[in-house]
Design a protein around this ligand. Sequence first.
Ligand code: NAG
Length: 381
Amino acid sequence: LSEFLQCAGTILGTEGQSEFLAHQGTDCWTYHYSEKLMNWQSARKFCQENYTDLVAIQNKREIEYLEKTVPFNRHYYWIGIRKIRNTWTWVGTNKPLAAEAENWGTGEPNNKKSREDCVEIYIKRTRDSGRWNDDACHKRKAALCYTASCQPGSCSGHGECVETINNHTCSCDAGHYGPQCQFVVQCAALETPELGSMVCTHPFGTFSFGSQCAFNCSEGTHLAGMEEAHCGPFGNWSSLEPTCHVIQCEPPTAPDLGSMDCTHPLANFSFTSTCTFSCSEGTELSGEKRTVCGSSGLWSSPPPICQQSDRSFSMIKEGDYNPLFIPVAVIVTAFSGLAFIIWLARRLRKGMVKTTTRGSILVLHSHLIQKKGSLPEPACL
Ligand SMILES: *[C@@H]1O[C@H](CO)[C@@H](O)[C@H](O)[C@H]1NC(C)=O
């Protein structure tokens, strides 16, 4: 507001070049006119180079103001309306002249000498003063210019400056507010999650509209929530900070005949938890004495077992023997027994055969005798 008051209170004197006088308009919209005469095209160029453009008259109040402040010039003043493709058009906005905005003098536009394609305004004329007339563009008249209220810095670079005749208004971009869009919408500050980290970018202000934060959880923890959050135009985050949960390991079981002692730096049976095993008297530890819960939720080694120091007993007790042992022993015993029986049987049979052979010898003998002589027929015993 103070800026507007200051602006309205400024009285502009003669502009740098002495032949051009400048007048302070209502509020910050200012009017300027040349004393030098020029055709419409040059007048427009002059206004664009030194101010904003040829005047674009928007209301009666503006006409009254010009009529009051601009001096009489018998050639009158060019304004920013021109016939383009047979339509009277505001050159600044390239918009056709609306019927209700028309302010023609009596009997105008008359296009008297044809090609009267440009518009002048009568200032301090006896008849039709403050009204418009169409005239040939090559004619030399004074230029009537304005300087727009909107400047490159208007609306703080975060809004669109809209010209109004006595003022300008800012149509602020998303997430910005205030008469000059000088304020940015704030979001609540976010906090770095425990066991994690947060990296934010703040294009407009800390934890403000457009701020973005990315979250990471340290090793051995997993992130619950969203990895990224952004501050929206209504001052709320797309999501809250996530939390980092320590990775859990399944609690190990102490061995039979032994005990277990665990330490938990972070949380019960979680990443970095360490368990140490020991076996009771008379037993031996088989396996790793110590196991650590890793970042993937698995122990570095399985829990060990405690074995009786008497090996043969413990072999059976712990079920650590070959299951084939008994059947094989049975089969071997059976086979050796069988082999012994066969051997014994053979031995017995051998004795019998010997007897028979002896008898056979006798038979052969008698046969030989039979061939040679007259002895009686031999008989087998
Ligand atoms: C803010 O909240 C509104 C509704 O309450 C929601 O539509 C919008 O998406 C939220 N903004 C962000 C950045 O998530």
